[in-house]
Design a protein around this ligand. Structure first.
Ligand SMILES: *Cc1c(COP(=O)(O)O)cnc(C)c1O
Length: 377
Protein backbone atom coordinates (compact mmCIF):
# COMPACT_ATOMS: atom_id res chain seq x y z
CA UNK A 1 0.00 0.00 0.00
CA UNK A 2 1.37 3.43 -0.88
CA UNK A 3 1.58 6.10 1.81
CA UNK A 4 -2.12 6.73 2.56
CA UNK A 5 -1.43 10.43 3.04
CA UNK A 6 -0.92 10.56 -0.73
CA UNK A 7 -4.50 9.36 -1.10
CA UNK A 8 -6.03 11.87 1.30
CA UNK A 9 -7.76 15.01 0.09
CA UNK A 10 -5.22 17.84 -0.15
CA UNK A 11 -7.37 19.85 2.27
CA UNK A 12 -7.01 17.09 4.87
CA UNK A 13 -3.31 16.37 4.26
CA UNK A 14 -2.36 19.88 5.37
CA UNK A 15 -4.67 20.00 8.42
CA UNK A 16 -3.22 20.25 11.92
CA UNK A 17 -5.39 18.23 14.34
CA UNK A 18 -7.15 19.83 17.31
CA UNK A 19 -5.02 19.75 20.48
CA UNK A 20 -7.15 18.86 23.54
CA UNK A 21 -6.28 19.47 27.18
CA UNK A 22 -4.23 16.69 28.80
CA UNK A 23 -6.52 14.12 30.45
CA UNK A 24 -6.02 13.47 34.19
CA UNK A 25 -5.49 9.72 33.60
CA UNK A 26 -2.70 10.43 31.12
CA UNK A 27 -0.81 12.60 33.62
CA UNK A 28 -1.31 9.91 36.29
CA UNK A 29 0.17 7.30 33.94
CA UNK A 30 3.07 9.42 32.74
CA UNK A 31 4.18 11.02 36.03
CA UNK A 32 2.87 8.50 38.54
CA UNK A 33 1.27 11.25 40.62
CA UNK A 34 -2.16 11.50 42.27
CA UNK A 35 -4.50 14.26 43.32
CA UNK A 36 -4.40 15.98 39.95
CA UNK A 37 -6.60 18.92 39.01
CA UNK A 38 -7.47 19.73 35.41
CA UNK A 39 -8.11 23.36 34.60
CA UNK A 40 -7.34 22.99 30.93
CA UNK A 41 -10.61 22.68 29.00
CA UNK A 42 -13.00 25.29 30.42
CA UNK A 43 -15.20 22.69 32.08
CA UNK A 44 -17.56 23.63 34.92
CA UNK A 45 -15.79 22.55 38.15
CA UNK A 46 -19.18 21.61 39.64
CA UNK A 47 -20.14 19.39 36.70
CA UNK A 48 -23.86 18.97 36.10
CA UNK A 49 -26.48 19.80 38.72
CA UNK A 50 -28.65 17.32 40.60
CA UNK A 51 -31.52 17.54 38.09
CA UNK A 52 -29.26 16.66 35.15
CA UNK A 53 -27.64 13.82 37.14
CA UNK A 54 -31.05 12.35 37.90
CA UNK A 55 -32.10 12.65 34.25
CA UNK A 56 -28.91 10.87 33.18
CA UNK A 57 -29.62 7.97 35.53
CA UNK A 58 -33.22 7.72 34.31
CA UNK A 59 -32.29 7.92 30.61
CA UNK A 60 -29.62 5.26 30.93
CA UNK A 61 -32.34 2.59 31.16
CA UNK A 62 -33.45 3.40 27.60
CA UNK A 63 -30.18 3.17 25.74
CA UNK A 64 -31.13 0.00 23.90
CA UNK A 65 -33.24 2.21 21.66
CA UNK A 66 -32.08 4.79 19.14
CA UNK A 67 -32.47 8.37 20.32
CA UNK A 68 -35.13 10.64 18.82
CA UNK A 69 -33.30 11.73 15.67
CA UNK A 70 -35.44 14.87 15.52
CA UNK A 71 -34.60 15.84 19.11
CA UNK A 72 -38.20 16.93 19.69
CA UNK A 73 -38.19 17.17 23.48
CA UNK A 74 -34.94 19.12 23.75
CA UNK A 75 -35.91 21.44 20.89
CA UNK A 76 -39.24 22.06 22.59
CA UNK A 77 -37.50 22.90 25.88
CA UNK A 78 -35.05 25.24 24.11
CA UNK A 79 -37.83 26.90 22.11
CA UNK A 80 -39.79 27.57 25.27
CA UNK A 81 -36.76 28.90 27.12
CA UNK A 82 -35.47 31.08 24.28
CA UNK A 83 -38.77 32.14 22.76
CA UNK A 84 -37.97 30.76 19.32
CA UNK A 85 -39.53 28.10 17.07
CA UNK A 86 -38.52 24.41 17.02
CA UNK A 87 -37.81 24.54 13.30
CA UNK A 88 -35.02 27.10 13.77
CA UNK A 89 -33.05 24.82 16.12
CA UNK A 90 -30.32 22.39 15.02
CA UNK A 91 -28.92 20.04 17.65
CA UNK A 92 -25.30 18.91 17.57
CA UNK A 93 -23.01 16.37 19.17
CA UNK A 94 -21.42 19.29 20.99
CA UNK A 95 -21.45 22.67 19.26
CA UNK A 96 -18.32 21.48 17.47
CA UNK A 97 -20.65 19.24 15.43
CA UNK A 98 -22.82 22.24 14.54
CA UNK A 99 -19.76 24.24 13.46
CA UNK A 100 -18.70 21.38 11.18
CA UNK A 101 -22.24 21.11 9.74
CA UNK A 102 -22.15 24.84 8.94
CA UNK A 103 -18.84 24.43 7.13
CA UNK A 104 -20.06 21.36 5.21
CA UNK A 105 -23.25 23.14 4.21
CA UNK A 106 -21.85 26.43 2.99
CA UNK A 107 -18.19 25.83 2.08
CA UNK A 108 -16.40 24.15 -0.76
CA UNK A 109 -13.25 24.74 -2.77
CA UNK A 110 -13.18 28.23 -4.28
CA UNK A 111 -15.22 29.99 -1.57
CA UNK A 112 -14.01 31.68 1.62
CA UNK A 113 -14.66 31.93 5.34
CA UNK A 114 -13.52 34.79 7.56
CA UNK A 115 -12.47 34.61 11.20
CA UNK A 116 -10.07 36.40 13.52
CA UNK A 117 -6.51 35.54 14.42
CA UNK A 118 -6.62 33.68 17.80
CA UNK A 119 -10.24 32.66 17.20
CA UNK A 120 -11.41 29.25 18.46
CA UNK A 121 -9.29 26.43 16.94
CA UNK A 122 -12.25 24.50 15.55
CA UNK A 123 -12.94 27.18 12.88
CA UNK A 124 -9.71 26.64 10.91
CA UNK A 125 -10.15 22.86 11.07
CA UNK A 126 -13.81 22.92 9.97
CA UNK A 127 -13.10 25.42 7.18
CA UNK A 128 -9.95 23.84 5.79
CA UNK A 129 -11.41 20.32 5.74
CA UNK A 130 -13.92 21.47 3.12
CA UNK A 131 -11.21 22.79 0.79
CA UNK A 132 -12.46 26.36 1.20
CA UNK A 133 -10.03 29.21 1.85
CA UNK A 134 -9.72 30.73 5.33
CA UNK A 135 -9.25 34.50 5.48
CA UNK A 136 -7.82 35.37 8.88
CA UNK A 137 -8.15 38.95 10.11
CA UNK A 138 -5.34 40.28 12.32
CA UNK A 139 -6.42 40.55 15.97
CA UNK A 140 -6.48 43.80 17.92
CA UNK A 141 -2.92 44.77 18.95
CA UNK A 142 -1.37 44.29 22.41
CA UNK A 143 -1.75 48.01 23.05
CA UNK A 144 -5.55 47.84 22.64
CA UNK A 145 -7.74 47.50 25.77
CA UNK A 146 -9.20 44.35 24.13
CA UNK A 147 -5.75 43.05 23.14
CA UNK A 148 -5.81 39.92 20.92
CA UNK A 149 -9.59 40.30 20.49
CA UNK A 150 -11.58 40.32 17.25
CA UNK A 151 -11.05 43.44 15.10
CA UNK A 152 -14.48 43.64 13.46
CA UNK A 153 -13.33 46.27 10.95
CA UNK A 154 -10.42 44.08 9.86
CA UNK A 155 -12.81 41.14 9.52
CA UNK A 156 -15.30 43.17 7.45
CA UNK A 157 -12.45 44.23 5.15
CA UNK A 158 -11.85 40.56 4.23
CA UNK A 159 -15.42 39.94 3.08
CA UNK A 160 -15.81 39.71 -0.69
CA UNK A 161 -17.92 37.96 -3.38
CA UNK A 162 -16.47 34.57 -2.43
CA UNK A 163 -17.26 34.86 1.31
CA UNK A 164 -19.87 32.41 2.56
CA UNK A 165 -19.26 32.25 6.33
CA UNK A 166 -17.97 34.64 8.98
CA UNK A 167 -17.22 33.31 12.48
CA UNK A 168 -17.39 35.53 15.58
CA UNK A 169 -16.69 33.91 18.97
CA UNK A 170 -18.26 36.02 21.71
CA UNK A 171 -16.52 35.75 24.08
CA UNK A 172 -13.63 34.15 22.24
CA UNK A 173 -11.63 31.16 23.40
CA UNK A 174 -8.64 31.17 24.16
CA UNK A 175 -8.40 34.96 24.55
CA UNK A 176 -11.53 35.59 26.68
CA UNK A 177 -12.08 38.80 24.73
CA UNK A 178 -15.52 39.94 23.59
CA UNK A 179 -17.36 42.41 21.39
CA UNK A 180 -20.08 44.73 22.65
CA UNK A 181 -23.65 44.75 21.36
CA UNK A 182 -23.55 47.99 19.34
CA UNK A 183 -20.42 47.27 17.26
CA UNK A 184 -21.48 43.65 16.78
CA UNK A 185 -24.89 44.66 15.50
CA UNK A 186 -23.34 47.24 13.19
CA UNK A 187 -20.92 44.60 11.88
CA UNK A 188 -23.70 42.12 11.12
CA UNK A 189 -25.88 44.80 9.53
CA UNK A 190 -22.95 45.81 7.31
CA UNK A 191 -22.39 42.31 5.91
CA UNK A 192 -23.90 41.41 2.53
CA UNK A 193 -27.19 39.54 3.04
CA UNK A 194 -25.73 36.47 1.30
CA UNK A 195 -22.94 36.02 3.87
CA UNK A 196 -23.81 33.76 6.82
CA UNK A 197 -22.54 35.13 10.12
CA UNK A 198 -22.00 32.58 12.90
CA UNK A 199 -21.89 34.00 16.43
CA UNK A 200 -20.48 31.36 18.76
CA UNK A 201 -21.81 32.01 22.27
CA UNK A 202 -20.29 29.02 24.09
CA UNK A 203 -19.73 31.11 27.24
CA UNK A 204 -22.78 33.37 27.13
CA UNK A 205 -24.16 32.22 30.49
CA UNK A 206 -20.93 33.31 32.18
CA UNK A 207 -20.63 36.47 30.11
CA UNK A 208 -24.16 37.59 30.94
CA UNK A 209 -23.51 37.04 34.62
CA UNK A 210 -20.28 39.03 34.55
CA UNK A 211 -21.84 41.96 32.82
CA UNK A 212 -25.07 42.43 34.70
CA UNK A 213 -23.85 45.88 35.71
CA UNK A 214 -22.89 47.48 32.41
CA UNK A 215 -25.78 47.28 30.00
CA UNK A 216 -25.77 43.54 29.35
CA UNK A 217 -23.88 41.16 27.13
CA UNK A 218 -25.18 40.82 23.56
CA UNK A 219 -27.64 37.92 23.28
CA UNK A 220 -27.73 37.63 19.50
CA UNK A 221 -30.60 35.12 19.61
CA UNK A 222 -32.77 38.24 19.92
CA UNK A 223 -31.54 39.43 16.53
CA UNK A 224 -32.53 36.36 14.50
CA UNK A 225 -35.72 37.94 13.12
CA UNK A 226 -33.81 41.02 12.01
CA UNK A 227 -30.93 39.12 10.36
CA UNK A 228 -31.97 36.01 8.38
CA UNK A 229 -28.25 35.37 7.68
CA UNK A 230 -27.42 35.04 11.42
CA UNK A 231 -26.65 31.71 13.10
CA UNK A 232 -26.18 31.60 16.89
CA UNK A 233 -24.23 28.62 18.25
CA UNK A 234 -24.39 27.51 21.91
CA UNK A 235 -23.38 24.56 24.04
CA UNK A 236 -24.17 22.58 27.18
CA UNK A 237 -20.45 21.86 27.64
CA UNK A 238 -19.46 24.94 29.58
CA UNK A 239 -21.75 26.58 32.17
CA UNK A 240 -24.20 23.64 32.10
CA UNK A 241 -21.41 21.21 32.99
CA UNK A 242 -22.19 18.53 30.39
CA UNK A 243 -18.95 18.53 28.34
CA UNK A 244 -18.59 14.75 28.44
CA UNK A 245 -22.06 14.13 27.01
CA UNK A 246 -21.55 16.31 23.90
CA UNK A 247 -24.56 18.47 23.19
CA UNK A 248 -24.80 21.88 21.57
CA UNK A 249 -27.14 23.66 19.19
CA UNK A 250 -27.58 26.33 16.54
CA UNK A 251 -30.38 28.89 16.34
CA UNK A 252 -31.15 30.20 12.87
CA UNK A 253 -33.88 30.78 10.34
CA UNK A 254 -35.88 27.61 9.54
CA UNK A 255 -34.40 27.78 6.02
CA UNK A 256 -30.82 27.52 7.32
CA UNK A 257 -31.83 24.83 9.86
CA UNK A 258 -33.33 22.86 6.97
CA UNK A 259 -30.01 22.96 5.11
CA UNK A 260 -28.01 21.92 8.18
CA UNK A 261 -30.41 19.03 8.67
CA UNK A 262 -29.35 17.61 5.29
CA UNK A 263 -25.75 17.06 6.37
CA UNK A 264 -26.54 16.20 10.00
CA UNK A 265 -25.94 12.58 11.00
CA UNK A 266 -29.30 10.92 11.61
CA UNK A 267 -28.75 10.23 15.33
CA UNK A 268 -26.03 12.76 16.09
CA UNK A 269 -27.10 13.53 19.67
CA UNK A 270 -27.48 10.63 22.07
CA UNK A 271 -30.51 10.08 24.28
CA UNK A 272 -28.70 10.55 27.62
CA UNK A 273 -27.25 13.86 26.46
CA UNK A 274 -30.64 15.15 25.35
CA UNK A 275 -32.34 14.12 28.60
CA UNK A 276 -29.56 15.75 30.63
CA UNK A 277 -29.77 18.95 28.58
CA UNK A 278 -33.54 19.22 29.09
CA UNK A 279 -33.09 18.83 32.85
CA UNK A 280 -30.15 21.27 32.93
CA UNK A 281 -32.20 23.96 31.18
CA UNK A 282 -34.72 23.67 33.98
CA UNK A 283 -32.10 24.00 36.73
CA UNK A 284 -31.56 27.77 36.99
CA UNK A 285 -30.34 27.33 40.54
CA UNK A 286 -27.37 25.25 39.44
CA UNK A 287 -26.62 27.65 36.60
CA UNK A 288 -26.63 30.60 38.99
CA UNK A 289 -24.44 28.75 41.46
CA UNK A 290 -21.99 27.93 38.65
CA UNK A 291 -21.95 31.53 37.45
CA UNK A 292 -21.33 32.86 40.96
CA UNK A 293 -18.51 30.39 41.56
CA UNK A 294 -16.98 31.59 38.29
CA UNK A 295 -17.38 35.27 39.13
CA UNK A 296 -15.71 34.79 42.53
CA UNK A 297 -12.98 32.67 40.95
CA UNK A 298 -12.36 35.30 38.29
CA UNK A 299 -11.73 37.90 41.01
CA UNK A 300 -9.52 35.46 42.87
CA UNK A 301 -7.41 34.75 39.76
CA UNK A 302 -7.21 38.40 38.79
CA UNK A 303 -5.95 39.36 42.24
CA UNK A 304 -3.45 36.48 42.37
CA UNK A 305 -2.10 37.14 38.87
CA UNK A 306 -1.77 40.87 39.51
CA UNK A 307 0.14 40.14 42.68
CA UNK A 308 2.54 37.97 40.66
CA UNK A 309 2.73 40.70 38.01
CA UNK A 310 1.68 38.27 35.29
CA UNK A 311 0.04 39.96 32.31
CA UNK A 312 -3.58 38.84 31.95
CA UNK A 313 -6.15 39.56 29.29
CA UNK A 314 -9.72 40.67 30.01
CA UNK A 315 -12.15 37.72 29.95
CA UNK A 316 -15.90 37.19 30.03
CA UNK A 317 -15.55 33.40 29.99
CA UNK A 318 -14.65 30.83 32.65
CA UNK A 319 -10.95 31.12 31.90
CA UNK A 320 -8.15 33.68 31.78
CA UNK A 321 -5.35 33.98 29.22
CA UNK A 322 -1.99 34.99 30.69
CA UNK A 323 1.35 35.91 29.14
CA UNK A 324 4.27 34.37 31.04
CA UNK A 325 6.74 36.41 28.94
CA UNK A 326 8.92 33.36 28.33
CA UNK A 327 8.58 30.13 26.33
CA UNK A 328 5.84 28.43 28.27
CA UNK A 329 6.88 24.77 27.88
CA UNK A 330 8.91 24.58 31.13
CA UNK A 331 6.21 26.50 33.04
CA UNK A 332 3.55 24.06 31.84
CA UNK A 333 5.81 21.09 32.68
CA UNK A 334 6.50 22.40 36.18
CA UNK A 335 2.78 22.84 36.82
CA UNK A 336 2.14 19.29 35.55
CA UNK A 337 4.70 17.94 38.00
CA UNK A 338 2.77 19.79 40.71
CA UNK A 339 -0.40 18.02 39.57
CA UNK A 340 -2.03 21.02 37.89
CA UNK A 341 -3.05 20.72 34.23
CA UNK A 342 -3.54 24.03 32.41
CA UNK A 343 -3.49 24.78 28.69
CA UNK A 344 -0.50 25.99 26.69
CA UNK A 345 -1.72 27.72 23.54
CA UNK A 346 1.25 27.35 21.20
CA UNK A 347 -1.19 25.94 18.64
CA UNK A 348 -2.63 29.48 18.47
CA UNK A 349 0.85 30.94 17.82
CA UNK A 350 0.91 32.22 21.41
CA UNK A 351 4.10 30.48 22.61
CA UNK A 352 4.45 32.44 25.86
CA UNK A 353 0.81 32.21 26.94
CA UNK A 354 -1.23 29.86 29.11
CA UNK A 355 -5.01 29.58 29.34
CA UNK A 356 -6.19 29.02 32.91
CA UNK A 357 -9.68 27.63 33.49
CA UNK A 358 -11.41 28.94 36.60
CA UNK A 359 -12.02 26.14 39.11
CA UNK A 360 -13.29 26.01 42.67
CA UNK A 361 -11.75 28.34 45.26
CA UNK A 362 -9.26 25.71 46.46
CA UNK A 363 -8.40 24.60 42.90
CA UNK A 364 -7.70 28.22 41.98
CA UNK A 365 -5.44 28.60 45.03
CA UNK A 366 -3.53 25.51 44.01
CA UNK A 367 -3.24 26.66 40.39
CA UNK A 368 -1.95 30.08 41.44
CA UNK A 369 0.57 28.48 43.82
CA UNK A 370 1.78 26.10 41.10
CA UNK A 371 2.15 28.97 38.63
CA UNK A 372 4.02 31.07 41.20
CA UNK A 373 6.43 28.21 41.83
CA UNK A 374 6.83 27.48 38.11
CA UNK A 375 7.68 31.11 37.42
CA UNK A 376 9.97 31.30 40.45
CA UNK A 377 8.25 34.52 41.51
C1 LIG B 1 -15.71 24.95 24.13
C2 LIG B 1 -16.13 25.76 22.93
C3 LIG B 1 -17.09 25.30 22.03
C4 LIG B 1 -17.75 24.03 22.11
O1 LIG B 1 -17.57 22.98 22.52
P1 LIG B 1 -18.55 21.71 22.43
O2 LIG B 1 -18.13 20.96 23.63
O3 LIG B 1 -18.24 21.07 21.13
O4 LIG B 1 -19.95 22.22 22.50
C5 LIG B 1 -17.47 26.09 20.98
N1 LIG B 1 -16.94 27.31 20.82
C6 LIG B 1 -16.06 27.79 21.67
C7 LIG B 1 -15.54 29.17 21.46
C8 LIG B 1 -15.61 27.04 22.75
O5 LIG B 1 -14.68 27.52 23.56
Amino acid sequence: MPDPSQLAAASVRTLAPYVPGKPIEELEREYGIRDIIKLASNENPLGPGAKARAAIAAASTEIGLYPDGGGFVLKQALARKLGCANDGITLGNGSNDVLVMLAETFLTQGVEAVYSQYAFAVYPIAVQATGATARVAPALPESHPMALGHDLDAMAALVNDRTRLVFVANPNNPTGTWVEAAPLKQFIAGLPANVIVVVDEAYIEYAQDECDQDGGFPDTSRWLQEFPNLVVVRTFSKAYGLAGLRVGYALSSPAIAGLLNRVRQAFNVNSIAMAAAVAALDDTEHLQKSAKLNRDGMHQLEAGLDQMKVRRYPSRGNFVLVDCARPVGPVYESMLRQGVIVRPVGNYQLPTHLRLTIGTHSQNERMLGALRQALGS
